[in-house]
Design a binder for this molecule. Structure first.
Ligand SMILES: Nc1ncnc2c1ncn2[C@@H]1O[C@H](COP(=O)(O)OP(=O)(O)O)[C@@H](O)[C@H]1O
Ligand SMILES: [Mg+2]
Length: 371
């Protein structure tokens, strides 16, 4: 009997450990409070001020992906209402899932209609608990202009008892009448020092073993997007089995695998093209004069057959050429024009092979003007 009992408890323990392992790290390491948000001092300090005055305006958070917009508004909500009230006071809508204004309006109406419950005395002592609800509309820039215009009316109707926080990547896609009703908060890409600190602490917390330069490689591949960086770390950890998630739950299962995450595996997972491949393409451009066009053609065919995606190649070619010290401003101008043209074609769904060949011919003409 006791044997079965014991077995059951072990299995539920490892189930819990497995569940913990399956939590995406971006959720696990989301900043808990405003103080945990790195690098966005300006936004955080203004928000803190409105926390103390308890008079929150409508807000518009904008900036590149993975810079802490969603995390910040969630932390703000937690500090405003505390854990007890947060469920009844905060409505999170993802505008790209629920695009139609009819749905947004219906949800907002239903949510706003329910009177705000009174906080308990204990909660009131600890948190500001202002008498309005907070509606978070994530990815608001994916709403159509019509939906945004309609939202304006909804915001006004319920403004006595609700505050909105619109979140988007591109502030220019939010119509003026809506943007002008909100205090704007710009979120900037994390500076590399803050990002490195954050990633290192995750590696440490997870007990990951990494060779030197892994965190830097992750940062380069993620290009300022901390969500991408954290996800990449988690994939690498999974691939190498370097994490010891059962550390606390099941000590004897530690160290099953002692492999170390390497820089090259980060490059591999992130789909980053190795520098040699980029160099070869550039070389083919330089030598692509006359009969050399065949070399160019061959080089493009090789990268396409190797399965490198054109959009990734374009980004890395851009960096390689535009940050090079060996090219003149006029050469770089021509290259940037060609790169952005190709980028647009690829977004529109053009053939990858042809687009790439076209780009390489243009680069060739920029590098060797006699062509
Ligand atoms: N400024 C930041 N400070 C701390 N962590 C951050 C920050 N920005 C992003 N992160 C991390 O990246 C993940 C995604 O952040 P999120 O707030 O969802 O970004 P956004 O909404 O701007 O796309 C979070 O789980 C968090 O771990
Ligand atoms: Mg977000």
């Amino acid at each position: 009997m006791s044997f079965f009992g014991k077995q059951q408890s072990t299995s539920s323990k490892s189930k819990a450990a497995i569940a913990a392992r399956q939590v995406p790290w971006v959720e696990k390491y989301r900043p808990e409070s405003l103080d945990d948000v790195s690098s966005q001092e300006h936004a955080v300090s203004v928000l803190r001020r409105s926390l103390t005055s308890s008079n929150l305006p409508h807000m518009l958070f904008y900036g590149p992906p993975g810079t802490g917009k969603t995390s910040t508004v969630l932390a703000l909500a937690r500090e405003l209402y505390g854990p007890e009230l947060i469920k009844s006071r905060v409505l999170e809508l993802n505008a790209s899932d629920e695009r139609g204004i009819a749905i947004v309006r219906e949800k907002v109406k239903n949510f706003a209609r329910i009177a705000v419950s009174n906080p308990s005395a204990a909660a009131k002592k600890q948190y500001p608990c202002p008498p309005y609800k907070l509606i978070i509309l994530d990815e608001a820039d994916s709403m159509t202009q019509d939906a945004q215009s309609a939202l304006r009316r909804t915001m006004e109707t319920y403004s006595r008892i609700t505050r909105f926080c619109l979140i988007c990547n591109y502030v220019t896609r939010i119509i003026d009448p809506l943007a002008s009703r909100c205090s704007k908060f710009r979120f900037k890409s994390l500076d590399s020092e803050s990002a490195v600190t954050r990633l290192n602490s995750i590696c440490e917390a997870e007990g990951m073993r990494c060779e030197d330069g892994v965190v830097n490689a992750v940062l380069v591949a993620a290009d300022g997007d901390l969500r991408k960086a954290i996800t990449l770390l988690q994939s690498a950890a999974k691939l190498h089995g370097t994490v010891s998630p059962l550390k606390s739950a099941d000590a004897d299962q530690m160290d099953i695998d002692s492999s170390v995450v390497t820089v090259s595996s980060i490059d591999e997972i992130s789909g980053r093209v190795p520098p040699e491949v980029i160099k070869e393409l550039v070389n083919a451009c330089v030598h692509g004069t006359g009969a050399g066009f065949e070399r160019l053609q061959q080089a493009v065919q090789d990268v396409v057959l190797d399965g490198w995606t054109a959009s990734q190649l374009v980004v890395q070619l851009h960096d390689e050429l535009v940050f090079s010290d060996d090219l003149t401003a006029s050469q770089k101008n021509k290259i940037v024009a060609a790169v952005s043209e190709t980028d647009k074609h690829l977004l529109d769904g053009a053939n990858e092979h042809l687009s790439l060949l076209d780009l390489m011919s243009s680069v060739s003409r920029a590098l060797v003007p006699a062509l």
